[in-house]
Design a binder for this molecule. Structure first.
Ligand SMILES: Cc1ncc(COP(=O)(O)O)c(C=O)c1O
Length: 395
């Protein structure tokens, strides 16, 4: 890909090989300029449903502010277990659940409780690079499983088996995927489960985008497959499903002894998740679920708008089956994605993350979120068009 040398500041260039830092460097630059449309972060822009807000207010009003047990409020753990049984087909009860301070902390605790130094974790590439930090902080080593455009970024079963060594402890899967929008189909999940059982692997299943699938695709939880109950660690949370990112509440379901190990780490790090947020989470699970359908309707409409607008600009993308993102092919412009993101930000005032924010080799992709109103998305498309035209490398 061509590097145009458009004065990308060193601050951005220097961190270009570390996905998380690169994303944060771009967000910092965006914060310094006025009137930027942010299509960067994956946090829902929609309002948290009113009954959840009221439950949080009510918890404060009643002075329900004392800390809960470290693994979470018993009623919330039960409600989560009930949801996982009913919707995901997992055989779990409250003891199999820990409430975390967001899925992010869930990831950290999982890796701390799971890994010994030198253990290898198989992770799909491209990926949400917080996985890297969580694994490496625990002394583990990431082994990348490349996923491919022509396979709709599903997880290739043969590559998993080839990557297994005596040090492989776990396989991390994410469905739908951030950043690709790919999903792991039920058929693929069953094939992956067979491998996990054959090689005695733990499977960490990140299902945080489970409610947002398009075009009739259905979510499937690998932990529901017989033989997977004891070896699956399911990660989920309230941030995406109920537009509750700032409440910082997520959860993990796994074997009871593993939940106890996670609880131990949580005890001497963060302690229990915020009580008020846990009350909000309980209201989310026990209250009406219609807001999720409405969120899905809104994202579906935005997705259509963006798919059409990007195609009109000559940009294609992978088959986006779920989640909040279009994993857009920018290589057709001839411009390196890190540089194109910088140009989009500086000249188009649109914040978009380059593929390199999700793995070194993805300099031919941009990750574009659907997390702005239709008007803002339309305006973003209007701003992006001239930037592409100005810099497109003519063949
Ligand atoms: C794939 C994936 N997993 C986990 C998380 C963690 O989300 P939170 O900490 O808000 O629950 C995110 C957030 O963007 C994500 O994209």
């Amino acid at each position: 890909m061509t590097m145009l040398n458009t004065n990308i500041p060193e601050a951005v260039r220097a961190v270009a090989s570390n996905g998380t830092q690169l994303r944060y460097a771009l967000m910092e630059l965006a914060a310094q300029q006025k009137d930027t449309i942010a299509l960067g972060r994956g946090d829902p822009d929609l309002d948290t449903p009113q009954h959840i807000i009221l439950a949080a207010q009510e918890a404060i009003r009643r002075n329900q502010t004392a800390p809960t047990p470290v693994a979470g409020m018993p009623e919330l753990r039960s409600a989560i277990a009930e949801k996982l049984r009913r919707e995901n087909g997992l055989s779990v009860s409250a003891e199999n659940v820990i409430v975390t301070t967001g899925g992010q902390e869930g990831l950290f605790l999982i890796m701390q409780a799971l890994l010994d130094p030198g253990d290898e974790v198989l992770v799909p590439d491209p990926r949400y690079t917080s996985y890297d930090e969580a694994i490496e902080t625990a002394g583990g080593k990431i082994v990348m499983i490349p996923t491919d455009h022509d396979d709709a970024f599903n997880l290739p079963v043969e590559s998993i088996e080839q990557a297994i060594t005596p040090k492989t402890k776990a396989l991390l899967i994410v469905t739908p995927s951030n950043p690709t929008g790919g999903i792991i189909t039920e058929e693929r999940a069953r094939a992956i489960a067979e491998i996990a059982i054959k090689h005695n692997l733990i499977v960490i299943s990140d299902e945080i985008y489970e409610k947002f699938l398009y075009d009739g695709w259905k979510h499937f939880s690998i932990g529901s497959i017989p033989g997977m109950e004891e070896r699956t660690i399911t990660l989920n949370g309230f941030s995406k499903t109920y537009a509750m990112t700032g409440f910082r509440v997520g959860f993990v379901a796994a074997a009871v002894d593993f939940i106890q190990a996670m609880t131990k780490v949580k005890t001497f790090t963060t302690g229990p998740a915020a009580t008020i947020s846990q009350h909000a989470g309980l209201a989310a699970l026990n209250g009406p679920q219609e807001p999720i359908n409405e969120f899905l309707r809104i994202y579906t409409e935005r997705r259509q708008l963006m798919m059409t607008g990007l195609r009109d600009m000559g940009l294609d993308f992978s088959d986006p089956r779920g989640g909040f993102f279009l994993w857009t092919i920018s290589s057709s412009t001839g411009i390196n994605a890190t540089e194109l993101s910088y140009l989009m930000l500086k000249e188009g005032r649109v914040l978009i993350f380059p593929g390199t924010g999700f793995g070194d080799k993805w300099d031919g992709y941009l990750r574009i979120t659907l997390l702005q109103s239709m008007d803002e998305l339309q305006e973003a498309l209007r701003r992006m068009q001239p930037v592409i035209e100005r810099y497109r490398v003519k063949a």
